[in-house]
Design a protein around this ligand. Sequence first.
Ligand code: SF4
Ligand code: SF4
Length: 136
Amino acid sequence: MITKKMLLYFPQCATESPIVYHLVKDYDLMINIFRARVTPDEEGFLLLDVSGSEENILKGSDYLRSLKIQINETVKGVSWDRDKCVQCGSCVPHCPTEALTMPDRTIMELKFNSNECVECLSCIKVCPFGALSSIF
Ligand code: SF4
Ligand code: SF4
């Protein structure tokens, strides 16, 4: 069994589809939803972990694409703008997964490991400079 984190983008025509139901029932996948959002234009974003056999994840991905849902396995909902960041470190203690760290306090350099981010959005609320943002 493998687990993949996926950011799904739904065009307006696909937001009504019961995709999680079909991924579980038809492809024997386990789904852990981190974040979901529908914009005022009724486009949708869904960030989830998908667990199952590689073959079933591929089949499930094909099913999603057949609905014109775009799958992004690399881009995360949270992004860090290095240019806006002043390396104050305020966000670090609020990150529950150590996606944000400052390994060397003598040089005060923030590191963002997006693979560890679970989209809790805590950091966004505490950054005084708007360096962290999210599509959610
Ligand atoms: S959203 Fe949460 S998990 Fe991700 S970097 Fe910010 S505080 Fe850490
Ligand atoms: S709180 Fe904002 S400005 Fe401070 S280190 Fe974190 S991202 Fe950078």
